[in-house]
Every structure is written in C-alpha cells, then in structure tokens.
Design a protein around this ligand. Sequence first.
Ligand SMILES: Nc1ncnc2c1ncn2[C@@H]1O[C@H](COP(=O)(O)OP(=O)(O)O)[C@@H](O)[C@H]1O
Ligand SMILES: [Mg+2]
Length: 320
Amino acid sequence: MSTLLEVKHLSKFYINKKRIFGGTPETVKAVNDISFHVDEQETLGIVGESGCGKSTTGRAVLRLHEPTAGEVLFRGTNILDLSEDEMRPYRQKMQMVFQNANSCLDPRWTVERSLAEPILLHNPGIGKGELDDKIDTIMEEVGFSPMYKKKYPHEFSGGQRQRIGIAKAISVSPEFVVCDEPVSALDVSVQAQVLNLMKRLKEERKLSYLFISHDLSVIRFISDRVGVMYAGRIVELAETREFFKNALHPYSKVLMAAVPKPVIMEDKNALYQGIGKISEVSRSGCPFATRCPHAMDICRQQMPEEREAAPGHKVMCHLY
Ligand SMILES: Nc1ncnc2c1ncn2[C@@H]1O[C@H](COP(=O)(O)OP(=O)(O)O)[C@@H](O)[C@H]1O
Ligand SMILES: [Mg+2]
C-alpha cells in the first residue's frame, strides 16, 4: 500500500495566558515533534490518556488548528504550505468525525439540511435531484431509511446521532478521516455497532482513518497499526498484532495493565507505580521518567531517540 498521509516533526504549542499575573505565560507543548504515516486504506490508532495531545494531533493534521512546526504531506504535498484557496480540495479529502455529533449538527436543522451543507460547499453546481439522491444514498449507507432525513438531531439516540455525524463526514467522499474518540460517549453495546459501521465504510469507500481513542480495546478492534502518545510524543508505534503481543514501552505496559480485562499483566506491581498524573512530566529527559518503574539516570537526563526494535516496531525508550 502506498502512503496517503505523512506527518513529519509536527509540533503544536499553546501559550497558556492564565499565568499572566504570575509571570511569563507558560508554553504547553501539546504535540512535540511527532512523525508518523498513514497508508491508503489503513487505520492508524492513536491511544493515550487524557491530555496527552491526541485531539491536538488530529486537529493539527487537518489544519483546524494551525501547527507550530512540521510538515503534513497528503500524497506528497505539504498542505501546511497551501493558501486557504489551495486547501479547499484537501478540506474535502480530509474530514473529521467528532466525539459528539452535536459538534457538527445544528440542532435547528433537519438532518437533510446538515448533510446538504458540505455537499453544496464542495459541489456548488449540483442539481436538486442529484443532491436528494446523494443524501438518500448516504442515509442508507449508515443504516437509516431515507425518510429519517426529515428529523432533527434531538429525535435520534446518541448512537444514531453519531451515525449521522459519520454520514456528514463521508458525504463529500473523503479519502482520509480523523476520528476523535467517536465512540467514547456511547454505551458499549452501541459502540460495537458504530465501530462495525466505520469498519464497513472503510472497506467499501477505501478510506484511511486516524482513529483516536483513550480506550485500548477500541483501538485494538479498529486499528491496523497503533501509536501510543504520552505528553505530546509518540512513544511507541507498531502493527496492532505485534503491539498487543509485544508492547515494549513501559507506558504502553501501564496502559495495558489499566484495561479491566488485562492483556498483559507481567510485572504487575512495577506497572502500578506508573499510574499517576501527566502533569508530573520530567523537564529534561524522557517525559515518562517520573512515572516509569524502570527509570535509570539517563532517562532523567536525556530524551530517548526513536529506535526500531523490530521491523516496523518503533519505540522511544532508553531500555531498547
Ligand atoms: N486550545 C488550547 N489552548 C491551550 N491549551 C490547550 C488547547 N487545547 C489543548 N490544550 C492542552 O494541550 C494538551 C493536549 O490536549 P489534547 O490534545 O486535547 O489532549 P487529548 O485529546 O489527548 O486529551 C493538554 O495539556 C491541553 O490542556
Ligand atoms: Mg481529546
């Protein structure tokens, strides 16, 4: 498979002005020099605890929030160099599914109107008949009878609304979709339905996903490869089966130990030491050093470089 999206040394820093009376504003390095790629028709899962920079990554890749540094190559074109006009075709090709469909659906609009909006934006010449057909087809694709398009968002359940949000994202025929915690607000039984729908759409429409979740079991189900984020860095990246068989980074092991039905429970006591607050990030050296059960002197002094522990299995840790 060829590469669809390549992200090189991407950073996004925020200036936190809250400290304005207490001295200089603090810089939050929400995403700090990360690199990864997503192949055509591939799902790259990004997992990590709250605040580690997952949503910032998704937004920066789509230029919903302008990155501070780095490159985002879509089929080889660095979209960060493009003007807003030049971006338009890429905005169509790159869509987003949000955690809560209310972020993309106007409560005062029927589903039909919400779905028509992006289609009209990207196909200004489309006729009424063709637009109607397109909306009906998309409703059916996400499992609704077309007559449901006359309803309003509040008339749907959470899972149904999320299916409408997915319909809106695919309505303009994207190639790449960032899915930011798309099932995290849903009951487990409904999660499976929505995940299965997303898997089916990926096959049928030959989509690539950047799939963000804090939930390792969701990531395992949906992803072809897994990237683990910690404090703005990707600390481990591997093919899904390899990752769940042979996770290397101490933080990845902590995440696995925190799953209710543990996937790996070796060295259990050591692992629990790692559960703490992300704010306790080391100033220099490895960001995980303050929580890591295996931390050595070098970990507190020097940022580990990315190493390829096995083919396609990258880890950023002094242990390897
Ligand atoms: N708009 C913003 N302004 C300032 N800080 C932000 C903003 N968005 C996110 N952050 C900070 O960036 C870090 C990463 O946030 P986020 O990407 O939302 O993490 P996640 O999605 O993994 O929970 C957090 O420390 C968060 O507080
Ligand atoms: Mg988030």
